[in-house]
Design a protein around this ligand. Sequence first.
Ligand SMILES: [Fe+2]
Length: 491
Amino acid sequence: MKITFKKSLAALLALVLLFSCVGVTGSAEATTGYETTRLNCTVYGDTQTQRGFTWYTSRPCDTAIQVVDAGNYKLSGFQKAVTYTGTVSEWDGYYCHKVVVTGLEPGTDYRYRAGSLEYNTWSAMGKFVTDNADGKFSFIAIADVQARDHEEYVQASNVMRAAMDYTPGAEFAINLGDFVNDCTSEEWLDFGEIFADVNTKLTYVPVAGNHDGNITNKLNVGWFDAQFNLLYGDGELNGVNGVYYSYDYGNAHFTVLNSNDMYPMTEMQKNWIINDITNSDAHWKILLVHRAPYAVGKNVHKPDNAIMRKTIIEIVDETGVDFVFSGHDHVYFRTVQVANDKPCEGTYYVTEKFQGQDVTFAVNPEGAIYTLPSTAGGKRYSVQTVGATIKDCADTYFATGDMGGCFSNVVIDGDRLVYRAYAVDDKTQEVTQIDEYAIKKNVADEPTEGTDLPTGVIENLDNSAGNFITQILALIIGYIELIPDLILGLF
Ligand SMILES: [Fe+2]
């Protein structure tokens, strides 16, 4: 009797197992192609109450995102989440989903998941925090992930992970452009997959790079716009070869340029930038642009960069920008205070405690600081070109070669801004500080005299004859590369 019972039980379990397997297989087949990939959360207008989201699926389906504050998520997951819906459109054989989330509470920690209500397929949990507008915040900046293979994406993602671990209070991350190298769906998928755990853990601020799809890059029009959900600035051509936009965070105004549209810059974008910055009464004005006005890599004197440089410098001077962040040249570079393409005279510095550390601040300085936080990726350039004015304006610059991938962190606390740059060892992921610069602005104690800036942390001047020849060759190649642009510009 016992044996019969055991046999019956075994048969029953086998049937249950068989049907559950069929169920799982059926379910997996039913949801294949609806999994979310390339998910990211971006600034979208008001950073206190709104965010933009983008993700992809392989098959067309509905678009939904569920958002809940961290407290309720801890109690009941997404049960109390608000569901938002959006749009879906085909892009290069995949399906691009975009949602704008509105009505968020300022200064709140949120959890979200993206996917399909119809197929009940959801991403892993993501998170972001909204701006509480108290003027105290921190952010990360990286540039030029531009991986040429899977390994270089892993390397760059390790830099981003190290940056987030090292600066846990950072509320958003700026990527200064060149997310990809050849701008294919496969590369964007790889980027999205390898960076997934960091891309979905804080708000992103993407800057359009020349490799992210633009008119010079195999006519890949619209690629950057297809990867991110951003609230455009004015301009009917905005979004074609990149996107320009702006946002406020705390007491700072950030203006994000599209340097694929800058040689020469269209009047549309130029007017928009000037109006955008001039109309802001934020305490800090920060400009983000992929092509670097000041750098010492192989790109800075190429014609496209040289043409853009002049325009940007004039705009920065005219509008009172404090800090300019760039990428593109894959070296580390930071100027002294610069105005009219010259070092400012008589900048006054004081050293005082900031968050427990001694920090030297430029007090009410004239001009702006331009910095290029090197590359987070593995494609690192040597120092090749030092034009006279660029060298005069430089405080510190060097090739980051064996140091590892780099990131920067900015802490703003009211009228004080502290910028620091770091290198992340390729093998150990050990973080080393490579630079620091700080500004104290609109303070009561007006400086009475100028003192010298403390010397830069590292200098690696490399002006060999070999570099000179490389520079000439790069210049010639640069002109040849401009020919398609010039032809396209005629139409
Ligand atoms: Fe670039």
